[in-house]
Design a protein around this ligand. Sequence first.
Ligand code: V47
Length: 389
Amino acid sequence: MPSSANTAQASNALPSAQLLPPLELDRSLITDPALLPIAAKLAAGQRLSYDDGLTLMTSRDLLGLGALAHPARLAKNGQRAYYVINRHVNYSNVCVNKCAFCAFWRDEDQEGAYLLGPEEAAALAAEHPGLDLAELHVVGSCHPGLGLDYYCDLLRAVGRARPEAGLKAFTAVEIDHFARQEGITTGQVLDRLIEAGLAAMPGGGAEIFSSRVRARLCAKKAPAAQWLSISGQAHERGIPTNATMLYGHIETPSERVEHLLALRDQQDISGGFSAFIPLAFHPDNTELNQMNRTSGLDDLRVIAASRLLLDNFPHIKAYWVMLGPKLAQVALNFGADDLDGTIVEERITHAAAAPTAKGLTEDELRHMIQAAGFTPVRRDCFYNSLEAN
Ligand code: V47
């Protein structure tokens, strides 16, 4: 176990962006004939195209999708299923972006608005001293009134409270916002945050890259090109980052596939994405509250299609908070190899009335993995194994 955040940073190496090898597939499980040419390509070790992506993203042959995605998952990660002992700290919900899909944001003077001082955030990080914390996941909002000093102080304070934890903090959208507020470049923002202890970045804020959807749901947010460019700048600096896709609202299957291919292109260029996390939209308490929640078919299809299209991503995360623990378990057979972690206190999806727990224990995570037939691997925020063996 590293003894300080600096040690955690020193053990950091960007993930290797290896492609999929030729896969051995059981075609007897495939009933949708449109999946057969894709099976042939995967068996030959060929990269999938936009059209293949669209076929995957619209097929209802769930077992067929699993028959393609599971061998890809095994080729990347064997029987391993990762989890992390982590804690989320959300420093503020005051946000200028006011995205239509988000139930977490508040105006500064609105009831329920909050901003934690660095020491208040550190006090949260220090809770549960018995927890062997490997990662602090620190994200918030695009606050109108804070300078970069606040964010550096925040990182230093939580880092002092939990020196053993890697600091995975701030989405590319927050970095873009800090740079605007401060009147400096996003590269300069990243350099200052790295000095303050930033070790990795989460994948939020990507939403759907389509400018059509962004104009309707999150017009004020950094556009796709900026999100991708900031991820690349982090990779250039040796900071691994994640990527997400918010699905199940007004996006089309082609917009999903375009999103995934934009991530794949960026990974070809900068190579520093660790995990892709599909985020199932929760409509309650948002402007889109008349919409239905995603279906189990769609959740597993997105996981499978992501595993197959993102051939250069090492990990696909089944985020138990949004999928529910049972579907997240099943997702381990449809391309996912990581369940995220203990979290302790999840706020963003719970603002949208997520029916899941706010956190899980390590025992619960290990049991979920073992009961699904996989080998649990406790990891740090760089996917190094922390299993004693
Ligand atoms: O950026 C907001 C999404 C994201 C809703 O990188 C919603 O390891 C569903 O990015 N329904 C934050 N989703 C969560 C996130 C994340 C979570 C866990 C791990 C990692 C990682 C990243 O949640 C936001 C937004 O895309 N979101 N509102 C909603 N109503």
